[in-house]
Design a protein around this ligand. Structure first.
Ligand code: NAD
Length: 489
């Protein structure tokens, strides 16, 4: 397809070498056309074992974990070589992920590449040790120093929806902190990870084995990474269901697990808000990238008296958006990633109908498309928060409008979810807004359209949306151990 992708398939990166997959190759598909784009190396279990071994050796036998200047240098090289190839990467991302091209100037591509600077700067500027001073215990006077050190070998397991954002938001901080990494990307978007291999091997000074990239169509390779005793930590982003398997699999070796999982976030509209603005903004955001964002606010909670007005405003916003060609600069809602994901969204729409929901806009595949995994932006009304589509993550362009009976009820409904990833509040009275902000149990909140996404802002979930935080200093510190050293004083 492009110079970054060889015709016989992208290679694995193991121990600094670009190698073919022991299990051959597997196809990667354009979700907008259903065409096979090309192939990626299909790693075998032996390849995964070799990648873990290479990461272990690089951690144990090189100075990588003790050389922050080298780490900052290599991360900047990676940032620069990705920028040098940005147009090829953009074409690959749009084709493989089905991501609207407009998003590639932000979180789908250019944003996370720029954010490597944040990790490189932290490698250089982080305060690695703190002097606690002298203290006396049992007659012994000691000077205590707290040191922060890399955890060791990190297994990074990632999903397909924002592959560059999630791959780079894991490998950037993990490497900056001095760890070595095995990256296992999602089978649906292997190229977005695999293209890093040749760029790293041929254009950066990362020591061999510091970063390994293992593409595969077999989920059990992820499980292997989780269970291997040579791996010290798993950094996982994906569904809550898989997150549970990861936590269980990691328990045998008691390894650290950092989990970024699913969401069913609520946008709360208070009765003093501009209802039309809040409803249309929320509806628009749910259509972006066909709703395949874990932090999207897919439940719109509106005052009961304003319910019809909110549904009308949301319907107007969604009717103006069609699921379309992701290569077109005006497209907001592209395809979902696969036939499996499209079927899953359609199943949820059937459940909504069966439970008495009213499909106000959309409701299925667009009539004008014979190919591609498209779903129309969809608005569901007439259900309460106990409905299946209000409780479970759909991961498609689907918004459910639910009535609330005042601020306290809105907070109760927002929290009546197994998830706690994100949310939004719309209102004009700062005291009321503050009470809602304090009451909602989620990791990020937008007030009146504010955007929390930035490299210095930690992102992650409460409850079953995850454990730990990605990005920001908190995200970097996920990848650090703490060691206290005491010497006689
Ligand atoms: P998924 O859980 O099916 O797969 C994620 C990754 O886990 C893939 O690489 C997969 O191969 C691997 N995997 C599957 N089974 C495994 C196992 N038993 N052990 C180890 N690894 C295993 O998720 P997905 O369908 O690729 O992505 C969509 C999900 O990701 C949604 O639920 C979404 O909310 C979530 N997500 C969360 C965030 C966040 O930051 N909280 C961000 C993006 C996506």
């Amino acid at each position: 397809m492009t110079g970054l992708v060889p015709p016989d398939g992208t290679p694995l990166l193991i121990g600094g070498k670009l190698v073919p997959g022991g299990a051959g190759v597997f196809a990667t598909i354009n979700p907008a056309t259903e065409e096979v784009l090309g192939h990626a190396a299909n790693a075998s279990i032996d390849d995964m074992d070799a990648a873990i071994g290479a990461a272990r050796t690089a951690f144990d036998e090189t100075d990588w974990s003790r050389d922050p200047a080298l780490r900052a240098h290599c991360l900047r090289q990676l940032r620069d070589v990705l920028r040098d190839n940005i147009e090829e990467l953009r074409a690959i991302t749009v084709a493989e992920v089905g991501a609207p091209v407009m998003l590639t100037s932000g979180p789908q591509l250019e944003g996370p590449i720029a954010d490597l600077s944040f990790s490189a700067d932290l490698a250089e500027n982080y305060v690695w040790q703190t002097d606690l001073g002298v203290a006396e215990q049992m007659g012994i006077s000691s000077r205590r120093v707290v040191r922060r050190e890399a955890v060791g070998v990190v297994g990074a397991i990632t999903p397909w929806n924002f592959p560059h954002q999630i791959n780079l938001a894991k490998i950037g901080p993990a490497l900056a902190a001095g760890n070595t990494v095995v990256l296992k990307p999602a089978p649906d978007t292997p190229w977005c990870a695999a293209v890093l291999g040749p760029l790293i091997a041929e254009h950066t000074d990362f020591p061999a084995g510091v970063i390994n990239i293992v593409t595969s169509d077999d989920h059990t390779l992820g499980a292997r990474l989780v269970e291997d005793p040579r791996v010290d930590m798993i950094s996982f982003t994906g569904s809550t269901q898989t997150g549970r398997s990861v936590m269980a699999g990691a328990s045998a070796t008691l390894k650290r697990t950092f989990l970024e999982l699913g969401g069913k976030s609520a946008a709360i509209v208070l009765d003093d808000a501009d209802i039309a603005t809040a409803a249309s903004y929320t509806a628009f955001s749910v259509a972006v990238h066909a709703g395949q964002g874990c932090a999207l606010t897919t439940r719109l909670l509106v005052p009961r008296a304003a319910y019809d007005a909110a549904v009308d405003a949301a319907a107007k916003a969604l009717s103006g958006l069609r699921a379309g060609d992701p290569t077109s600069p005006g497209t907001v809602c592209g395809p979902v990633i696969s036939a499996r994901q499209r079927d899953r969204v359609e199943r949820y729409l059937d459940i909504a109908r069966a439970e008495g929901g009213r499909i106000v806009v959309g409701g299925g595949r667009p009539a004008d498309k014979d190919h591609g995994f498209f779903i129309e932006p969809t608005l569901i009304a007439g259900l309460d928060n106990t409905a299946t589509v209000a409780q479970e993550e759909i991961f498609g362009p689907v918004l459910v409008v639910i009535a609330h009976d005042g601020d306290a009820d809105a907070i109760r409904l927002a929290n009546d979810s197994p998830y706690g990833l994100s949310g939004a509040v719309w209102g004009t009275d700062p005291d009321r807004v503050e009470r809602v902000v304090a009451g909602v149990r989620t990791g990020t909140l937008s007030v009146n359209g504010g955007l929390w996404y930035h490299p210095d802002a930690p992102f992650g979930g409460y409850k079953q949306s995850g454990i730990g935080r990605e990005m920001g200093v908190a995200g970097f510190e996920e990848y650090l151990e703490t060691k206290v050293v005491a010497t006689p004083a």
